[in-house]
Design a protein around this ligand. Sequence first.
Ligand code: ATP
Ligand code: MG
Length: 448
Amino acid sequence: MQERSTILVVDDEEQMRSAMEAVLARMGHSVIKAVNGSDALEKLEQSKVDVVISDMKMPVMTGGELLAQIKENHPGIPTVMITAYGTIEQAVEVMKDGAFDFVTKPFSAEDLEGVISRATSKGRKIPTKKASSISQDAVAIVTGDPTFKRVLEIAVSVASSSASVLVQGESGTGKELIARLLHTSGKQDNEPFVAVNCAALPENLLESELFGHEKGAFTGATATKIGKFEQANGGTILLDEISEMELPLQAKLLRVLQEREVDRIGGTKPIPVDVRVVATTNRDIRQTVAKGDFREDLYYRLNVIPLYVPSLRERKGDIKLLLEYFIRRFSNGAAKKITDAQLKKLEDYAWPGNVRELQNACQRAVLLAQDGDLQAEHFLLGAIDSTQESEGDDSLRLRSGLSVAEAEKRLILETLRVTNNNKTKAAELLGISIRTLRNKLHEYDAPR
Ligand SMILES: Nc1ncnc2c1ncn2[C@@H]1O[C@H](COP(=O)(O)OP(=O)(O)OP(=O)(O)O)[C@@H](O)[C@H]1O
Ligand SMILES: [Mg+2]
């Protein structure tokens, strides 16, 4: 049972005030109401208040001004702000200004209950980190790009909120890094971070992976299994490639997000969970919604805070920074330089696999250069498309004029030479499976 707290509700609309009062009273709290900012400040002087919830848009004194006054005169009282849907900037501002959390209009009774119970029970977890202190150590995100920096700033400033975040961007742009940044900037070290790839498992397995199952729930369920949501309790769950989730499971996920409780498969009672959800997709999810393959209501639930990660093509300036960073990392600090001409070549390349591709290219280049200088051909741009176990698509031509198949063969043989024929190591460096490596060697009629 939660303790009874006193909540000050601040809104200029009578209907909103009484609706919130009804929900909060049902939770067992006592409610004080104020019709505007200055009324709220008076009530704060008169009575002991545990939590304030206030609308942003009010005549006389805005919610932002009220928040500033509360921070100044009653810094210990967690304050939840009500922001309008689609005004991400506003949400970010209130978090920066020290709000405990925010809810976006329109919100449900469950949303209100969720945010108030966090503010009253866990409570007083006032964010201490400022937007400017993006930790370069915990999660190294290398960028000098203003647009991307802004995205990181927003991520850090909303990190302590529990609002869902949808990170969109092409493959390999750093979406998972952002999810980790959200976690490390907002949560304590001992709180869990759990990642689930929604594209990796068929629907029924994904369901039990996410929500768990009881022993005997289905054939093969020989023991009770704790789902990822329960494992992530108190922390963050990363739902990778969310757009790949099937519709029936989407409905179940929506319920979990609304009710903040999970049903284990075969379970008899729901289990409450307090989890921050970060979802990612490399598809245009609005298009998936338009086609009817993704529930619109779930999309809105997940997309409270939208973050867009620009592709590497859209931040060409980062190519130089990332090259320097990865080359230093993979050559153990040895000073390997690239010439301006080489850099130009690398900057002109399209990087369809974004930072991941660049990282792999650097790793191979350092390996192939051995103790010598780095040459442009060591990067073998586009030589290996690790997303596709290609048979060598002749339409893809290397800039050097080598066919993909030829370049691939050279790279594979060279990598094997450098690794002293260690196939496991070579496959790992090349970013392909051992099986693919063996098949390639079979093709080349090389020793397997
Ligand atoms: N700005 C960056 N600085 C340093 N490393 C980065 C940066 N962006 C991405 N990386 C690295 O590139 C790789 C791919 O990043 P990540 O896994 O976050 O991408 P993603 O967008 O989740 O990709 P996918 O869509 O394929 O899941 C990781 O090894 C990550 O550490
Ligand atoms: Mg990812």
